[in-house]
Write a protein that binds this ligand. Structure first.
Ligand SMILES: Nc1ncnc2c1ncn2[C@@H]1O[C@H](COP(=O)(O)OP(=O)(O)O)[C@@H](O)[C@H]1O
Ligand SMILES: [Mg+2]
Length: 286
């Protein structure tokens, strides 16, 4: 026989739920878990069912289940290595799930062609810890490029939208600066303007303030708070900013070891964590 091959056992999960049935179940279960208001008959905008992700032999996500409703702000907390980034990256297919289902507006996104993935990335924006701006383009050009290349907007339209979004993040006067001429906080605000200018249905944030000097964190959080409170956009935010989570989140999700250990309304999770691991984590950083 050939050398032992370290093949992972296939993970079996049930088929994705029917959309109406999933919405009914989520409506019943989620009302206790979030301050976000949703109506009977409404459907979650993101449905994660039995999501598993492994890298080689390492199981990073184990049966993650989560609904996010249109306009809801969900903050994901958890120690380093718990799988937070991997979950976010699965939602826009920067990572391919090993097993399970992710549905955006009831459309299953796993097993899609490249074109569909491009469409998906248009609908699901992402703000990274490291900004990921083009260094040779100005702030405004960075905000325009996705609009012209992906959304096929005219230059004039993209320019007007970029101006509006840079103004919204307080950077109207930095439109012609290139990233190296901007502080980290300003660069991150450009990255947020760029993401918002695409008008995604869902915006993902992966530790958007973790790379910033402490004095620059506030400006970025203020922009995110404004988006959360005034834009109606669906946001899933991975952060260690507990004040932001408590004040801005509709729902807090605590992950550890690739599992959603606990989720609920922020004051409930912060003040009365049900799981000892959540309590320990919140205690250690509080
Ligand atoms: N591309 C990859 N290849 C191998 N292991 C990875 C990869 N990405 C993440 N991991 C592992 O998955 C685990 C979870 O990582 P991650 O999702 O980045 O956690 P978090 O964002 O919560 O800190 C870690 O143990 C990490 O080393
Ligand atoms: Mg991470």
């Amino acid at each position: 026989m050939c050398a032992k091959k370290n093949r992972e056992a296939k993970i079996e999960v049930p088929a994705a739920l029917d959309a109406d049935e999933a919405a009914r179940i989520a409506f019943a279960s989620d009302r206790e878990l979030t301050y976000h208001d949703f109506a009977e008959g409404e459907h979650p905008i993101v449905r994660i069912e039995h999501l598993n992700k492994s890298f080689d032999q390492t199981k990073v996500l184990r049966d993650v289940n989560l609904n996010v409703w249109p306009g809801e702000v969900v903050v994901v907390l958890g120690p380093s290595g718990s799988g937070k980034s991997t979950m976010l990256r699965c939602i826009n297919l920067l990572e391919r799930p090993t097993a399970g289902h992710i549905l955006i507006e009831d459309q299953e996104i796993t097993g899609k062609s490249t074109t569909d993935v491009n469409n998906l990335r248009r609908d699901v924006g992402m703000v990274f810890q490291s900004f990921n701006l083009f260094p040779h383009l100005t702030a405004k050009q960075n905000v325009m490029i996705g609009q012209t290349k992906v959304l096929k907007k005219s230059k004039a339209e993209a320019d007007a939208e970029a101006t509006k979004q840079l103004d919204a993040v307080g950077l109207a006067d930095r439109a012609d600066f290139k990233p190296p001429q901007l502080s980290g906080g300003q660069q991150q605000r450009v990255a947020i303007a760029r993401a918002v200018a695409m008008h995604p249905n869902v915006l993902l944030f992966d530790e958007p303030t973790s790379a910033l000097d402490p004095e620059l964190v506030r400006g970025v959080l203020d922009v995110m708070r404004d988006l959360a409170e005034n834009s109606g956009m669906t946001m899933i935010v991975v952060t260690h900013e507990m004040g932001f989570a408590r004040d801005v989140a509709d729902r807090v999700v605590f992950m550890e070891g690739g599992v959603v250990v606990e989720q609920g309304k922020p004051d409930r999770v912060f003040d009365h964590p049900e799981n000892p691991r959540t309590a320990e984590f919140l205690g250690s950083i509080g």
